[in-house]
Design a protein around this ligand. Structure first.
Ligand SMILES: *Cc1c(COP(=O)(O)O)cnc(C)c1O
Ligand code: SF4
Length: 467
């Protein structure tokens, strides 16, 4: 067999010495290429007048964060008075009246907002609605677009995929995200939406555990909500232990946005962290995975405090993955998404998914087209290690589950309709995702308002997709 050497003529020693200019050397990294390592540190919160006198010890105390989380309109108005531009405050007031989610934000997040220009701030955009930015919902949009309730055999347990299920032990979160997919359940009732209730209830949980034990094909449970941060430490232990005791269960994940919105809990809530560690250790003994799934959306959410929290988890051997949601004005830009991915890697969080924004009521301004998703994916792939490169997915409306965003049967960029199938989840069915109206041409937008034209566009997309 020819060796590598045998394939190329051996150059003389002289030629070798002359060769270096032919060897291509990568040019030095441009300025900004290492921006992922510049994590915000110091006592940045003191720039917000309401937190000017808050010591580091207090700010890192999760109880202080929870107690001082802004809940509802009045407290937020108070905080913004004199801090945010007058025009912004008026705009937010109108936003509150129209939004389907109540507002709840931690002081940590509030102190990361650029109050000089809150209109365009990516953290503001996720939590504080503005009247001027709200736009009309797509006519094909429904609350619970993912049909989580339709796929629920017991209350609070969604069994859609063959080997995994989604368990919702509670319906509260440390914050309320405007874009929440589960706005059908999470948060308090608002002027525009009355919610389904999923209270903390060990009795209800038992029914879920019984169902899980009765289905030998179930191996993987996502414990979501709501948010595992809001589960008492004894409930973390109880849910973790009970699930790990079920023979067929091989993997569990606790889903929490907490790391992104209140990393302090990892640093100062010892009982919670110890409970999580205990469950992870039990998992290791039983050769079962126990992982945390979190939800960072922008590079600005990752600070030195996040890094300290992640170091603590890493030292305890608790693995963390991240799921982001692609959002207009938040992270729908190639370079910002690449920075987020690199920064997650920097603090040992594994980027797992980037979701196409679900079709949720009242947050049309946040959705992007599928095309934007494809473009960003193309850019991000190649920026870093493959195992740190997230998969870009769309959770197919109507219960098709997650699909690689590229895997559409058909995508009409003009009408914004993409058609997906899910052979192993719902064989024979097809699922349509609709780009937001603001990403379409004026004429097509008008067509969507006309029921007959709407039907024709959908029929055309189905025909082209062959479904
Ligand atoms: C997302 C999801 C899961 C977990 O899916 P992965 O792709 O393994 O992360 C399980 N059940 C439901 C209903 C889900 O929406
Ligand atoms: S933390 Fe998650 S479940 Fe809670 S409001 Fe935000 S997106 Fe929804």
């Amino acid at each position: 067999m020819a060796t590598a050497e045998g394939l190329t003529p051996d150059p003389s020693p002289k030629a070798k010495a002359d060769a270096p200019q032919e060897r291509r050397q990568k040019p030095p990294a441009p300025a900004g290429a290492l921006a992922h390592r510049d994590l915000k540190g110091g006592e940045f919160w003191r720039e917000v007048p309401a937190f000017a006198n808050v010591s580091e010890e207090e700010f890192l105390d999760y109880k202080w964060q929870m107690k001082n989380s802004l809940y509802g309109e009045d407290k937020l108005m108070e905080l913004m008075d004199g801090l945010a531009p007058e025009s912004f405050i008026k705009d937010a007031q109108r936003g509150f009246k129209l939004a389907p989610m109540a507002v709840r934000v931690t002081p940590y997040l509030l102190s990361l907002i650029d109050w000089e220009n809150p209109f365009d701030d990516p953290i503001r955009t996720q939590f504080i609605p503005l009247g001027s930015r709200l736009t009309m919902d797509h006519p094909m949009l429904t609350l619970d677009s993912l049909h989580e309730q339709a796929d629920a055999p017991v209350e609070g347990l969604t069994h859609r995929y063959p080997d995994k299920a989604l368990f919702l032990p509670l319906d509260t979160c440390p914050v309320y995200c405007r874009f929440c997919t589960r706005s059908y359940a999470i948060g308090v009732d608002t002027d525009t939406v009355e919610k389904v209730k999923l209270k903390v209830s060990p009795k209800r949980w038992e029914k879920a555990f019984e169902y899980i034990a009765s289905r030998p094909e179930l191996e993987d449970i996502v414990i979501s909500g709501g948010d595992a941060y809001n589960l008492a430490f004894k409930h973390i232990e109880r849910i973790g232990t009970e699930l790990l005791e079920i023979d067929n269960i091989r993997r569990i994940r606790f889903a929490t946005k907490g790391l992104a919105v209140m990393p302090m809990k990892i640093l100062t809530d010892e009982r919670w962290l110890d409970a999580m560690t205990k469950v992870a250790e039990l998992g290791r003994k039983k050769h079962k995975q126990v992982v945390i799934h979190t939800h960072f959306n922008t590079p600005e959410e990752i600070t030195e405090i996040s890094q300290r929290a992640m170091n603590e988890l890493f030292e305890r051997g608790i693995w963390v993955r991240n799921q982001s949601v692609l959002q207009r004005g938040v992270n729908d830009d190639e370079e910002r998404m690449a920075l987020l991915v690199k920064r997650l890697g920097e603090i040992n969080v594994e980027p797992y998914y980037v979701y196409q924004h679900d079709m949720v009521q009242g947050v049309e301004d946040l959705r992007t087209s599928v095309l934007r998703n494809l473009t960003i994916e193309k850019y991000v792939r190649g920026v870093t290690a493959g195992f740190n490169t997230p998969t870009f997915v769309v959770d197919a409306p109507g219960g098709g589950g997650k699909r690689g965003v590229h895997s559409y049967e058909h995508y009409d960029r003009d009408t914004g309709i993409s058609v997906y199938t899910a052979p192993s989840v719902k064989p024979g069915e097809s699922f349509l995702y609709y780009d937001p109206l603001h990403s379409l041409d004026e004429e097509v937008r008008k067509a969507w308002m006309d029921p007959a034209a709407r039907e024709a566009m959908i029929a055309d997309a189905r025909r082209s997709a062959g479904v």
